[in-house]
Design a binder for this molecule. Structure first.
Ligand code: HEC
Ligand code: HEC
Ligand code: HEC
Ligand code: HEC
Ligand code: HEC
Length: 357
């Protein structure tokens, strides 16, 4: 009852505003004509509203899941300046998608339903359409790197590496990093690049740079694995979108997405394969990070890059460590590519003299 009266009052405000606009646009008024016939009753203004705002738990469930997500946390919406706002604020993203503009956002809203869906544009269920599903040309990795995985193209706009300067180039001259380059790397969130297997420094080594079957077989990318399995309450999956949650005090993984589209059928087998690959990748990654710290290329306390002159291969190895760290999937997004980057980077460190040029 209470909700309904809110809707009615919104509808009457809309009616009032539009009818007064009509009246004020007339310039001269003649004498009033005779009263016309009663019109047919108009459509109930709330008829379309209730197709979404109904008594079921559907919308509410998504609200709860979403409310418990990192997106909704609002932790990083102070990153609202030009160059950050398009990925960190709702208005910044909509500006970029709707008009290709990147600008600071003065009063930022966290990423919310309206950021990704066209909520309240027509006040019909069609407003659940996604704001964009266009393929995304990656910022990093050259023009051949295009992310095109259905509805998850939306995610790839933000979950990709940012422009990197200096970007490591094989065969290039050594470069000097200063304190201003301490945050050298692709930024947080290289998931779309990792899924494609594009954009890292493909240093030569014993392993070829191939992609895991996920790159070709998972047609909706992020959405298939992160949203389409059965959610775990409001702590993982669905519109919470994360796959890591805490179960009885210990971190757990939601793997229901692995079996949704019939890709994997045996839940126990996929869990053990996942654990096995994950342990291997985490081990290799820890080794690489440790070596870079021991070499003094990465600050052991802050994780930032230590100023100095680096060959392109050395810069590339540091870049790979940052690229893999920022993917946060421990190989799940592209096991073969991740493993090749790690193994070949470690080999290169061992073989080609650790001395800085
Ligand atoms: C496409 C489905 C959809 C339709 C149709 C729809 N809404 Fe909404 N509405 C939403 C969603 C999603 C939210 C955001 C929920 C949230 O953030 O808690 C929302 C939020 C609201 C809110 C809370 C304030 C706000 O703006 O966040 C009001 C009030 C509201 N809607 C009224 C209406 C009215 C009135 C209509 C019809 C004229 C309508 N809605 C039609 C989906 C819809
Ligand atoms: C291309 C999109 C994009 C741009 C542009 C961008 N970010 Fe981010 N940023 C992300 C994503 C995605 C994450 C979350 C990654 C994750 O947790 O998987 C993130 C995370 C962060 C974090 C949190 C890191 C953490 O460890 O929790 C900070 C801080 C941050 N960004 C700062 C900035 C600043 C400052 C700028 C502008 C100079 C910026 N970002 C520009 C996409 C972007
Ligand atoms: C970060 C982007 C994002 C945000 C924020 C978001 N959604 Fe979604 N939503 C999606 C994607 C992606 C899908 C799945 C599209 C598909 O079917 O592949 C989806 C699907 C849906 C659907 C099913 C639509 C249909 O046509 O069947 C509903 C309903 C929905 N979202 C409601 C919400 C509500 C309510 C909120 C806010 C609490 C919200 N979404 C926030 C990305 C988002
Ligand atoms: C508008 C940009 C944007 C879009 C679109 C977007 N994200 Fe995010 N995502 C972010 C940012 C920024 C963060 C980090 C937020 C923070 O730290 O406050 C994040 C965080 C996350 C996290 C939590 C990471 C963690 O550290 O635990 C997951 C999971 C995630 N996003 C998945 C998705 C998926 C799946 C989609 C597509 C359905 C998507 N995102 C669409 C910008 C975006
Ligand atoms: C093949 C399934 C799959 C696809 C496709 C996929 N992910 Fe993941 N993702 C995972 C798994 C499994 C993990 C957990 C890995 C771990 O913690 O060891 C994960 C972890 C993450 C995390 C770290 C936070 C968390 O929830 O654990 C983020 C953020 C993330 N993925 C975002 C994305 C984005 C964005 C995309 C699309 C560009 C994507 N993922 C595509 C399976 C997938």
């Amino acid at each position: 009852m209470k909700m309904k009266s809110v809707f009615f009052s919104i509808a009457s405000v809309v009616l009032l505003v539009s009818s007064s606009a009509l009246i004020s646009s007339c310039t001269k008024e003649g004498p009033a004509g005779p009263a016309g016939k009663d019109g047919i009753d108009g459509e109930d203004a709330t008829a379309t509203c209730v197709q979404c705002h109904d008594f079921s738990d559907d919308l509410l469930t998504k609200n709860f899941q979403y409310g418990n997500s990192v997106h909704a946390s609002g932790h990083n919406i102070d990153r609202n300046s030009e160059g950050c706002s398009q990925c960190h604020t709702s208005q910044g993203f909509r500006m970029l998608v709707d008009s290709g503009v990147m600008a600071a956002v003065a009063s930022p809203a966290p990423i919310n339903c309206r950021t990704c869906h066209k909520i309240h544009e027509t006040y019909t269920p069609a407003d659940y359409a996604l704001r964009t599903t266009a393929p995304v040309t990656m910022i990093m990795g050259g023009p051949e790197a295009t992310y095109d995985y259905g509805t998850s193209n939306l995610c790839a706009n933000c979950h990709q590496g940012r422009p990197v300067n200096p970007y490591p180039v094989q065969g290039g001259a050594p470069v000097t990093l200063t304190a201003a380059n301490a945050r050298f790397g692709p930024h947080h969130g290289t998931q779309a690049n990792m899924m494609l297997g594009e954009g890292a420094y493909e240093i030569p080594g014993s392993l070829p740079y191939s992609n895991s079957p996920h790159t070709n077989a998972v047609t909706k990318g992020c959405v298939t694995c992160h949203m389409e399995g059965n959610p775990m309450g409001i702590v993982a999956g669905g519109h919470q979108m994360g796959l890591t949650y805490i179960s009885y005090g210990a971190p757990a993984k939601l793997l229901s997405g692995c079996t949704v589209s019939g890709c994997h059928t045996d839940a126990a087998a996929i869990k053990s394969a996942f654990e096995e690959n994950r342990t291997e990748i985490m081990g290799l990654y820890a080794q690489l990070e440790e070596e870079l710290k021991t070499l003094g290329w990465i600050n052991p306390n802050t994780g930032l890059v230590v100023p100095g002159t680096y060959t392109q291969d050395q810069l590339g190895i540091i870049f790979n460590q940052k690229f893999i760290e920022a993917d946060y999937s421990n190989g799940a997004h592209n096991y073969r590519y991740t493993r090749a980057l790690l193994k070949n980077s470690l080999e290169a460190l061992a073989v080609q003299g650790k001395a800085r040029s």
